[in-house]
Design a protein around this ligand. Structure first.
Ligand code: PLP
Length: 405
């Protein structure tokens, strides 16, 4: 049973007020709130364990190392990777993509080679590649979509050429909510002998992900979007690929032996983890993953799906409502505009009613160009949102619309 009241009680922030109104937090696509167990894990570890990992012989260092490495195992299990060698801790999705873009382009690509991305990517999955492209003369090719916000698979197929070296696509769009057919995208890339990165920033909090079943070569996500702390994220990479890629940053942890003549590098995954990792954060991330696992990812998906269907239906009752993203497979992200009301005005006035939504281009300007708009209002759901909150959102939008005549 999905005990929504009990779940909400796990998140202290949900009972606070803003402008003397109960907080209705609908900005989960940007970041999620934290359950008590995650926050407590951070203070507990600082209070009772804190010591730098991997390097110490003393008790605390070993305990901190054990916690850190146990968290890697929790992540491995959560996404069903083969081995913890395939789990690299990073600062988040953005750093994970930059790591792959920099090391892959550097070691695997030549001038004139091509990367395929899609029109609905977050800037982090565009600009990371563009930076490398500019340095080395790499070409970006873009998978288009239809007006419902679904990628055109036929067009995707046509983009492959002998110069295509990698594909990098979002699992779920942070603007449209489209759940892309990741398995199919992987299959098509592999049919062309091309590896593929799946950006799981918006999928990992909402659905079960099995990287072996998905068969993607890289899968990346951020801890803070899945009820974990800010500052930690994950790069999953198949061992065969991580082995082929050179180190990203130099420093402690990532080396085996250093001399002025020759330096050798550490084994996976440490080769990619230069410097002191956020070991407090990785423990807290593991707590967050344990938390959602205890509820059950399938239960979370089913609950959020029902909430999204309800919200879509209620929002469409509002006169002048335009929803961007009506894919058949759609997660709990709803972008909209109402009449001629500017997204910023709508967001600001909803905020005064205690409703937190996001406004703007959502770090997806190329997608805004495709849609022919400057920005949207975006409501994005988490596992603790309710139909009553959707009703409050609808009432809030109607009130703002009335104010604007
Ligand atoms: N990719 C997608 C699809 C996102 O939605 C986001 C954040 O909104 C990111 C990447 C970047 O995540 P982060 O800022 O946590 O690195």
């Amino acid at each position: 049973m999905y005990d929504i009241q009990k779940i909400r009680e796990d998140f202290p922030i949900l009972s606070r007020k803003v402008y003397n109104k109960p907080l209705i937090y609908l900005d989960n696509g940007a970041t999620t709130q934290k359950p008590r167990c995650v926050v407590e894990s951070i203070t507990d570890e600082y209070y009772s364990v804190n010591a730098n990992v991997h390097r110490g012989v003393h008790f605390l260092s070993q305990q901190a190392t054990n916690l850190h490495e146990a968290s890697r195992e929790t992540v491995r299990k959560f996404i069903n990777a083969r081995s913890t060698s395939e789990i690299v801790f990073t600062r988040g999705t953005t750093e994970s993509i930059n790591l792959v873009a920099a090391t892959f382009v550097d070691s695997q690509m030549k001038e004139g080679d091509e990367v395929i991305v899609s029109v609905m990517e977050h800037h982090s999955n565009i600009v990371s590649w563009q930076l490398q492209a500019a340095r080395k003369g790499i070409v970006l090719k873009v998978i288009p979509m239809n007006d419902r916000g679904e990628l055109l698979l036929d067009e995707y197929e046509k983009l492959f050429s002998p110069r295509t070296k990698i594909v990098s696509v979002a699992h779920v769009s942070n603007v449209l909510g489209t759940i892309n057919p990741a398995k199919k995208l992987v299959e098509i890339a592999h049919a062309h002998n091309v590896p593929i990165l799946i950006d799981g920033a918006q999928s990992i909090p909402h659905m079960k992900v099995d990287v072996q079943d998905l068969d993607a070569d890289f899968f990346v996500f951020s801890g803070h979007k899945v009820y974990g702390p800010t500052g930690v994220g994950v790069l999953y990479g198949k061992e065969e690929w991580l082995d082929k890629l050179p180190p990203y940053q130099g420093g402690g942890e990532m080396i085996q032996n250093v001399s002025f003549e020759k330096t050798t590098f550490n084994v996976l995954p440490f080769k990619f983890e230069a410097g002191t990792p956020d070991y407090i954060g990785t423990t807290a991330l593991a707590k967050a993953l344990d938390y959602v696992s205890a509820i059950g990812m399938d239960n979370i998906s089913a609950y959020e799906h029902e909430l999204t269907v309800y919200a879509m239906q209620r929002l469409k009752e509002i006169p002048g409502m335009r929803i961007f993203g009506e894919a058949e497979q759609k997660g709990g992200v709803i972008s909209f505009l109402v009449g001629n009301i500017h997204h910023f005005d709508m967001g600001t006035l909803l905020d005064r009613l205690g409703i937190a939504v996001r406004t703007g281009h959502h770090c997806a300007e190329p997608l805004m160009h495709r849609l022919g708009i400057e920005g949207t209002v975006r409501a994005s759901f988490g596992l603790y949102n309710t139909k009553e909150e959707v009703d409050a959102l609808v009432a809030g939008i109607e009130r703002v619309a009335t104010m604007f005549g």
